[in-house]
Design a binder for this molecule. Structure first.
Ligand code: AMP
Ligand code: TRP
Length: 340
């Protein structure tokens, strides 16, 4: 990040976002998050974190977690993020995240965390491991964002509630200690903020659900074709965008539109008189065209672990420099003893 060399007037706004290295990334992650990261990289100073500390709120196999962190770095780069322009690094390599999270825990109410719908959903899904980390997960996310004086946070709609909590915590802290934190705004895409499951289109597409319900970023063309062919639609046969009554068909239209096939009205107009088979063929084509270049770049990058390691090492150092500036300020404000 070239913040230090830029004259103040040219300082760009800051973007921060993170993805958990906790499973195969899906088309939902790509459309809701990654694709937008790439669009924003020229106009902002961007920080894209591999949030491994969030991932361990549910049990992870250590070898898998280790492997997925490097894979996610490769996916970030393969989707078009330039690691010279964007900070791509692992959350656990910058200790300021955990340190600020502790402080912010003391500025967050149990009642606020109890209202988080993701906590409720994850506690139901992991009833044998409802740990305190799962409960305070949004506080760590707030720390991630606030450490970098972030202006904008590109995420899918499922993170909106966490983001609002982050703003509340920041405002509360600033109310007591002055303007320490920038108050961040969400950046939620108009189309594709919530890509739905292919099998249960009333539910979000999620990597923690069974294989057939999602398209993985690294699925080969035959698998993509098969999954979309089997996607649940409805029985009225009409191609129309109506998420409430026609969630399956609307989801396919959103996917096409988000991947550059035009706005939804135009696609619907084009498809008049056509059947669901044709809709699925066109959706498949859009998905394969979007994912093929990413996949070949991923294959090239993942073969060069040394390069990926050097990217996350160098970027973690740069991130730590920025994060520690905010952390030191916060520590001073709350009255931690000065360091000698
Ligand atoms: P996660 O995989 O939970 O770490 O999510 C990483 C990013 O992908 C977040 O910004 C999510 O909001 C976004 N995301 C995850 N699933 C979807 C989905 N089905 N549709 C749109 N965005 C999603
Ligand atoms: N909680 C986010 C998710 O599951 C990931 C995340 C962690 C994040 N820290 C963040 C997203 C900070 C945006 C900003 O999707």
């Amino acid at each position: 990040m070239s913040e230090m060399q830029q004259p103040a007037a040219e300082k760009k706004q800051v973007i921060f976002s993170g993805i958990q290295p906790s499973g195969t990334l899906t088309l939902g992650n790509y459309i809701g998050a990654l694709r937008n990261f790439v669009k924003l990289q020229n106009d902002y100073d961007c920080i894209y974190c591999i949030v491994d500390e969030h991932a361990i709120t549910v049990r992870q196999n250590p070898a898998d977690l280790r492997r997925r962190c490097l894979e996610l770095a490769a996916i970030y780069i393969a989707s078009g993020l330039d690691p010279q322009k964007n900070l791509i690094y692992c959350q656990s390599h910058v200790s300021a995240h955990a340190e600020l999270a502790w402080i912010l825990n003391c500025f967050t109410y149990m009642g606020e965390l109890n209202r988080m719908t993701q906590f409720k959903a994850k506690s139901a899904a992991h009833a044998d491991n409802i740990n305190a980390g799962l409960f305070t997960y949004p506080v760590l996310m707030a720390a991630d964002i606030l450490l970098y004086q972030t202006n904008l946070v590109p995420v899918g709609v499922d993170q909106k509630q966490h983001l609002e909590l982050c703003r509340d915590i920041a405002q509360r802290f600033n109310g007591v200690y002055g303007n320490v934190f920038t108050i961040p705004e969400g950046y939620i895409p108009k189309v594709g903020a919530k890509i739905m499951s292919l099998q249960e289109p009333e539910k979000k597409m999620s990597k923690s659900d069974p294989e057939e319900t999602y398209i993985a970023l690294l699925d080969d063309p035959d698998t993509i074709r098969r999954k979309i062919k089997r996607a649940v639609t409805d029985s009225d046969g009409e191609i129309r965008y109506d998420p409430e009554n026609k969630p399956g068909v609307s989801n396919l239209l959103s996917i096409m539109s988000a991947l550059g096939a035009g706005d939804i009205e135009t696609i619907v107009a084009d498809m008049q008189g056509k059947g669901y088979g044709e809709l699925k063929n066109r959706t498949t084509e859009c998905v394969i065209n979007a994912l093929t270049p990413l996949q070949s770049e991923f294959k090239r990058l993942i073969a060069d672990k040394g390069y990926l390691q050097s990217v996350i090492d160098e970027n973690a150092q740069k991130a730590a420099y920025l994060a520690n500036k905010t952390l030191r300020k916060v520590q001073k404000k709350i009255g931690y003893a000065p360091r000698g």
